[in-house]
Write a protein that binds this ligand. Structure first.
Ligand SMILES: *Cc1c(COP(=O)(O)O)cnc(C)c1O
Length: 433
C-alpha cells in the first residue's frame, strides 16, 4: 500500500489506534513511514532517517533485503500458510535443523510460536509441566532477577521488573514470583562472587517452590539495558544444577549476534534447559519465535501418563511457513556473513561515537556491548522532544525512561554509524541538565 496519508488519516490514527505503551488521551506523536531500505526509513514527506533501532532488535540485515524478499516471494507463491496440527513442511523442518545446530549444547526440541511473549509462556509451561510430570506438586514459582523484560503476556509479565513492569496495576492478577537483586558487576569489570548472594539466598529459602530460574543472558534489555558479568550467568547455571531448578534463557533480544556472540549464553559457555528466540529470527520480516528444550525436559514431559504427557500449547499460526522460510534465509544470510566482524565494527563505532556524551552533565552513564549502545540520562527524558530533535537530524531512535539507546543493523556503514552517534550526542547536549 503506497498511498498518501492526509492530515485526517493521521488524526484518525491518533484517535483510534493504540501504539505500544501509549496513552490514547495524550499519545507521543507518530511519524508516518512509507518505505524502508537498507538502514533507512523514508517518511511520507520524503525525509530519510538512519534507523538506530532495527525495529526493536530485529532487522539485523537491514530492510528490504533481496535475499529475504526472494525467500518470501518464493514461499508466498507456494504456500503462505498451512496449519501445523497433523501437517508439516520444509520451512519448519529446515528452520528447526538450523536452530538445533546453532543453539548451545543439546537444545534440540523446537516449539514454534508467533511472538516472543508466547515463546516465554511456552517455556514457563514446559517448566511447570516438567515438575508435574515428575510428580512434584509444589514447584510452581519462578526465580528471576530485577530489571528484566520478558514480554507482555501474563506469565511473561510476572517475571518482568516489578517496578518498570507496573505490577501494581495488575496486583492480584499477576503471579507472585521471586526477584533477586540486579547483578552489580558489569560486563568487563572484575568478577565478585558476592554478586550472586541475593539469587543464592532466595534459592536457599524458597527451593521447594521454585520450578525454574528465568533470565536474559548477559544483556537485560527493555527492563533497563544493562550488561552483566558472564560469571553471574555461570553461577546461575551452577545454582540451578545444585537445587535441581530448570534454567530458562530468554535470548529473544540477545539471539543472533546482537551482543557479540551468537547467543548471550555463549559468553559464559552455558547451556540452559529451555531457551527462547524471537525478534531477529526472521531478520525483522515477520512475527515468529521458538522455544527450544533439552531432551531431558521434553522427555520428562512426554513420559507423564496420558494427556499429562502432551505439551499444552498450539497456536493457530504455529510454524507459519512464510515466516519460517524467511527465517531460514535470514539465519543463512547471517551465518554466511562476517557477522562477528560487523558487530565488532558497530561496537567500536558506538564506543567512539557515544563517548563524548560521558562528559555531559545530563548523562549518568554510557555503555556499549556488541551492537548495543546506551546513553543513560540522569532524569527521565521527554520522548516526544528527543524524538523530534533526532528526526530533525535525520536519525530514528525510540528512547524510554532515562535511556536513549541504539541497536543498529549489523550492516550499517561506519559513516552512518558516525552520523547516528553524533545526532544522539548533539541531542543529549540540548537536554536540560
Ligand atoms: C521483546 C522481548 C520479548 C517479547 O517479545 P514479543 O515478540 O514482543 O512478544 C521477550 N523477551 C525479551 C528479552 C525481549 O526483548
Amino acid at each position: 500500500m503506497n498511498e498518501r496519508l492526509s492530515a485526517a488519516d493521521l488524526d484518525f490514527d491518533r484517535r483510534h489506534i493504540w501504539h505500544p505503551y501509549e496513552s490514547m488521551r495524550s499519545p507521543t506523536p507518530v511519524y508516518p513511514v512509507v518505505s524502508a531500505r537498507g538502514v533507512r526509513l523514508t517518511l511520507t514527506d520524503g525525509r530519510e532517517l538512519i534507523d538506530g533501532m532495527s525495529s526493536w532488535w530485529s532487522v539485523i540485515h537491514g530492510y528490504n533485503h533481496p535475499a529475504l524478499n526472494r525467500a518470501a516471494r518464493e514461499q508466498i507463491s507456494r504456500m503462505p500458510h498451512v496449519m501445523f496440527g497433523g501437517l508439516t513442511h520444509a520451512p519448519a523442518i529446515r528452520l528447526a535443523q538450523r536452530l538445533v545446530e546453532l543453539t548451545p549444547g543439546d537444545l534440540d526440541r523446537v516449539f514454534f510460536s508467533d511472538s516472543g511473549s508466547v515463546a516465554v509462556e511456552v517455556a514457563i509451561k514446559m517448566a511447570l509441566q516438567y515438575w508435574r510430570a515428575r510428580g512434584v506438586e509444589g514447584r510452581t514459582r519462578l526465580l528471576t532477577i530485577r530489571g528484566g523484560y520478558y514480554g507482555d503476556t501474563f506469565q511473561a509479565m510476572s517475571v518482568c521488573d516489578p517496578v518498570t513492569g507496573m505490577h501494581h496495576l495488575f496486583a492480584g492478577a499477576v503471579s507472585e514470583q521471586l526477584f533477586a537483586d540486579r547483578p552489580r558487576v558489569r560486563f568487563g569489570e572484575s568478577w565478585d562472587p558476592s554478586d550472586l548472594a541475593s539469587l543464592e539466598d532466595l534459592a536457599a529459602r524458597h527451593g521447594d517452590e521454585i520450578a525454574a530460574v528465568i533470565l536474559e543472558p548477559i544483556v537485560q534489555g527493555a527492563g533497563g539495558m544493562r550488561f552483566y558479568h558472564p560469571e553471574y550467568l555461570k553461577g546461575a547455571r551452577e545454582l540451578c544444577d545444585r537445587h535441581g531448578f530448570l534454567l530458562i534463557a530468554d535470548e529473544i533480544a540477545t539471539g543472533f549476534g546482537r551482543s557479540g556472540e551468537l547467543f548471550g549464553c555463549d559468553h559464559a559457555g552455558v547451556v540452559p534447559d529451555i531457551m527462547c528466540v524471537g525478534k531477529a529470527l526472521t531478520g525483522g520480516y515477520l512475527s515468529l519465535a521458538a522455544t527450544l528444550a533439552r531432551p531431558h525436559v521434553a522427555g520428562t514431559i512426554s513420559a507423564a501418563p496420558g494427556a499429562a504427557g502432551v505439551l499444552m500449547h498450539g497456536p493457530t499460526f504455529m510454524a507459519n511457513p512464510l515466516a519460517c522460510a524467511v527465517a531460514v534465509a535470514s539465519v543463512d544470510l547471517l551465518m554466511e556473513s562476517p557477522w562477528r566482524k560487523r558487530v565488532a565494527r558497530v561496537e567500536r563505532e558506538l564506543r567512539r561515537g557515544l563517548a563524548p556524551c560521558r562528559d555531559l552533565a545530563q548523562v549518568a552513564d554510557v555503555r556499549v556491548l556488541g551492537a548495543i549502545g546506551v546513553v543513560e540520562m540522569r532524569k527521565p527524558v521527554d520522548i516526544a522532544r528527543i524524538q523530534r530533535r533526532l528526526v530533525e537530524r535525520g536519525v530514528w531512535a525510540r528512547p524510554f525512561g532515562k535511556l536513549i539507546y541504539l541497536m543498529p543493523a549489523y550492516v550499517m556503514s561506519v559513516r552512518d554509524l558516525r552520523t547516528l552517534c553524533a545526532a544522539v550526542c548533539e541531542t543529549v547536549a540540548q537536554e536540560p541538565a
